[in-house]
Design a protein around this ligand. Structure first.
Ligand code: G6Q
Length: 541
């Protein structure tokens, strides 16, 4: 029996009718009418408080949204993912990043095997390795202690570990610096290498496939740089290069001893892989105990997601409110606004996590969607963004739902900084929600300026307060978003775990790369691409 289309479900129709009423309501009025709105529409989870009261919702909205989740069999989909079913249908893979942080160690079976055995083995390998680097048992070729770790990877093999390592800077071990090279633009590699001493540098080549053009190009450049310093002695490679991959043969071919390889598995999607050995640069900078705290925080969120009724389930609520805006208010984007300097890479990380997962145009069965899927995710840390693009969020013509987040305790308390930061974060959520009416503006403004100074308000936001940004609370926060993305994928009936949309560009780049290097006539292209290739060939140095 074929699945009913999303837009034919009873809860969808109920939401459509309900939208006609709710779209006319102003958040100001909803707050005025219900003094307990914050209490009723906020939830605490360990170190996180999620306030979703400044959303354009009523009790009925949540009732219909959770009914929609039920009609889409969300519960079944959650249980299937956690139990190792082939949720990634187009690549015939299980989706088990949750097993990587399964700190209760309950067996998780894939193809008749308990994957926890392999996971625990690699965690132990990471533990020994990080300890050996930190206590100097494992040293560079010249006998010096390692001071610098360079992660070479891209996409999922870069964004997650880079974001977490940056966010957890206050936990970095003394004497260890981390660097991330991802772009095939030579400047990324050259600028990094210029800062480094080869004798004290450890390279991690992070690539699930170990074939990614950018990563392998960067890895070979690092290898060459290294050998140039050590008189072409390939013995040094085994001291200074390790790999994180699923491709043992390619790692060996590169010249890395497979004893220096950290394995992961095809059921770990790239953008969900920071919890695996792809997290090695995290563990090397913050230590294995802190890495395990990160896993613990994520696991706690997994248990909450798996076991909590939809009405109190944070990832489900955030996802369904996102669906409300995307499919009923037709919001095209969603902005991520961390008020924390160390979380500055979170918007870029979530951009991949969300847009690569839910930027899809067909259902799991390959039928065209007749409703919108994932929004554009963007953002920057506050307060910087306030002095740049918030104008459009406050007074532009679009409604852009926002997620604000801020730790209450700063790792760098100095003067009034943190109070100012916190005040700004809370003020923005209030300003977006309340706005400023023409009557309020007119009190102290000439008539000719009133229209310009009006803030319509009614702009929705979530606010996530984090007691303190620790490995554990960060783990919970990232897992919260991962599951939000999963839930939306289930509602939209898309495969959130493939990424075929990145393939075509890669294939064409392979063809054009060869053409750029040859003198033979440019092959089959449209006149624009052919003209550009020709121009490049004539003018390239
Ligand atoms: C993530 C994607 C993608 C991937 C990179 C790197 O989900 O699959 O971003 O992580 O293309 O791939 P490799 O790890 O295989 O080099």
């Amino acid at each position: 029996m074929s699945k009913p289309r999303l837009t034919t479900l009873p809860a969808w129709s109920a939401l459509q009718a309900h939208f006609q009423n709710v779209s006319k309501l102003h958040l100001r009025d909803l707050f005025d009418e219900d003094k307990r709105r914050f209490d009723r529409f906020s939830l605490q989870f360990n170190d996180l408080l999620v306030d979703y009261s400044k959303n354009r919702i009523t009790d009925k909205t949540l009732k219909y949204l959770t009914a929609l989740a039920t009609e889409c069999h969300l519960d079944e989909a959650i249980q299937k993912m956690f139990s190792g079913c082939q949720t990634n249908t187009t690549e015939h893979r299980a989706v088990l990043h949750v097993a990587l942080r399964n700190r209760t160690n309950t067996p998780v079976m894939v193809g008749g095997k308990n994957v926890m055995l392999g996971i625990n083995r690699v965690l132990e390998q990471m533990q020994h390795f990080t300890e050996a680097i930190h206590n100097g048992v494992r040293r560079g070729f010249t006998g010096d202690k390692f001071t610098d770790i360079v992660n070479i990877g891209i996409g999922g093999s870069d964004l997650g570990p880079h974001m977490v390592t940056t966010a957890l800077k206050p936990y970095w071990k003394e004497g260890i610096n981390a660097h991330f090279v991802s772009n095939v633009d030579g400047s990324d590699m050259v600028e990094t290498l210029n800062k480094l001493n080869p004798g004290t540098t450890l390279f991690i080549i992070a690539s699930k496939t170990f074939t990614t053009r950018e990563t392998m190009t960067n890895a070979h450049t690092a290898r060459r740089w290294f050998l140039d310093h050590f008189g072409n002695n390939t013995d040094v490679i085994k001291h200074h290069f390790v790999a994180v991959s699923t491709n043992t043969a390619a790692v060996r071919d590169f010249g890395i001893d497979t004893g220096n390889m950290f394995e992961f598995w095809d059921w770990v999607g790239g953008r969900y892989s920071l919890w695996s050995a792809i997290g090695l640069p995290i563990a090397l900078t913050i230590g294995m105990e802190n890495f395990k705290q990160l896993l613990k925080g994520a696991h706690e969120m997994d248990l909450h997601f798996r076991n909590t009724p939809f009405e109190k389930n944070l990832p489900v609520l955030m996802a369904m409110i996102g669906i409300w805006y995307r499919n009923f208010f037709a919001a095209t984007s969603h902005v991520i606004l961390p008020y924390d300097h160390t979380l500055r890479l979170l918007p870029a990380y979530l951009q991949q996590a969300d847009m690569e997962s839910n930027g899809k145009r067909v259902t799991i069965d390959g039928e065209s969607l007749d409703y919108d899927s994932g929004p554009i995710i963007w953002g920057q840390p506050g307060t910087n963004g306030q002095h740049a693009f918030y104008q459009l969020i406050h007074q532009g013509t679009q409604m852009i739902p926002a997620d604000f987040m801020i730790p209450l305790e700063s790792h760098n308390p100095i003067g009034e900084h943190h109070t100012i930061l916190l005040a700004n974060c809370l003020a923005q959520t209030e300003a977006l929600m309340k706005g400023k009416t023409a009557a309020e503006v007119a009190r102290d403004t000439p008539d000719s300026l009133v229209a310009h100074k009006v803030f319509p308000g009614n702009k929705p936001s979530n606010t996530i307060l984090i007691n303190k940004l620790t490995p554990r609370s960060l783990g919970s926060l990232v897992a919260l978003y991962e599951h939000k993305i999963f839930v939306q994928g289930v509602i939209w009936d898309i495969n959130s775990f493939d990424q075929w949309g990145v393939e075509l560009g890669k294939q064409l780049a392979g063809v054009i790369e060869k053409e750029l290097e040859s003198d033979t006539p440019v092959g089959e292209h449209d006149s624009s691409t052919a003209g550009l290739i020709d121009y490049c060939r004539k003018h390239m140095p």
